[in-house]
Write a new protein. Structure first.
Length: 323
């Protein structure tokens, strides 16, 4: 039985979770939750027992000095709560940690125990995967759920993914079996520039979270960081003709695939989102679309081979995500 002391009664709480590791290409998802915690000054109220879920030879503790005293920080998953003000205030329960090494079912059950005690109405899990997407285009964000009714109400995809999964997929299914509405938001990160950080992908996840929860998130310096990141990758790509050609191929494939989406209704929907945000100024290996790592990396220039060109039409959806 989980007993929470010092946690006030929450208003329409939503749990937002992200985990470092396989589900977190470019650290985009964990950085998004860290941003929420920092901007809204989250108050940590619980941490899972590290010895229950982590192999310390895989995720090692760190030593630091505090007032001349050596202390140890153990890898774990922490929960904090933040209150989002405005006309309709609500609380977010933020879950941030590392994908556990063991006992995944117990790990999910413990998080669901917190969700039950806090009266959480919805669980949103953030993830990021490596994909054949160009860094010059908007970051593809896919929203999935196992709940057909929720998919219709929130304009999400009902997940059909089959294959290797991480803690994001396991937690989403645990929520489904427990009767807790759950959604996963996935950002596709270019596999040829996968080193963290990726502020552009983090920003895209936060923008999609804004739309999903109908709230305003203070973005701070993220938009400027995203622009600087893209300019930096532009410069690196321009120095290598093979990379530049590959990026152009990805751009052509992406633009061709998105032509049917450039309808008046889609344009109007994006314009409405833009207006909503503009109206008020707010105060390890990784998962891939194919289930493995990409063959070509800008951050590993030694001994590169010419990248394969993606199909211009048909074939698998390059932006598909795991659940």
């Amino acid at each position: 039985m989980i007993e929470l002391e010092g946690v006030p009664e929450l208003i329409d709480p939503v749990m937002v979770a992200a985990f470092e590791g396989w589900n977190d290409a470019g650290d985009a998802a964990s950085t998004a939750v860290a941003h929420l915690d920092r901007e809204w000054k989250g108050d940590v109220f619980a941490a899972l027992d590290a010895e229950d879920y982590y192999d310390f030879q895989v995720n090692r503790p760190t030593v630091f000095m505090e007032a001349g005293v050596r202390k140890i920080t153990w890898p774990t998953t922490r929960l904090s709560v933040v209150r989002v003000g405005g006309e309709k205030p609500r609380d977010l329960v933020l879950v941030r940690g590392i994908e556990p090494s063991m006992r995944w079912r117990s790990f999910c059950n413990e998080l669901l125990g917190f969700a039950h005690e806090l009266g959480v109405e919805l669980v949103v899990i953030l993830g990021a995967l490596l994909g054949d997407t160009p860094h010059t285009r908007p970051v593809p964000i896919s929203g999935t759920t196992s709940d057909a009714d929720l998919a219709r109400r929130m304009d999400l995809e009902e997940t059909k993914y089959e294959g290797p999964t991480g803690i994001v997929g396991v937690l989403q299914e645990a929520c489904a079996h427990a009767g807790v509405p759950a959604v996963s938001l996935w950002a596709a990160v270019p596999h040829y520039v996968s080193q963290p950080p990726n502020p552009k992908a983090t920003l895209a996840l936060l923008n999609r979270l804004e739309d999903l929860l109908d709230l305003r998130i203070p973005l701070g310096e993220l938009p400027e960081d995203a622009r600087a990141w893209q300019l930096g990758v532009d410069q690196l790509a321009a120095e290598d003709s093979e990379v530049a050609e590959y990026v152009q191929t990805l751009e052509e494939a992406r633009d061709t695939a998105e032509l049917p989406e450039a309808s008046g209704e889609a344009i109007a929907r994006e314009f409405e989102r833009y207006l909503r945000r503009r109206d008020v100024s707010p105060p390890g290996g990784h998962a891939t679309a194919e289930g493995d790592t990409g063959p070509f990396r800008l951050d590993n220039p030694g001994g590169r081979q010419r990248p394969p060109k993606p199909p211009r039409s048909g074939g698998e959806d390059e932006d598909s995500s795991e659940d």
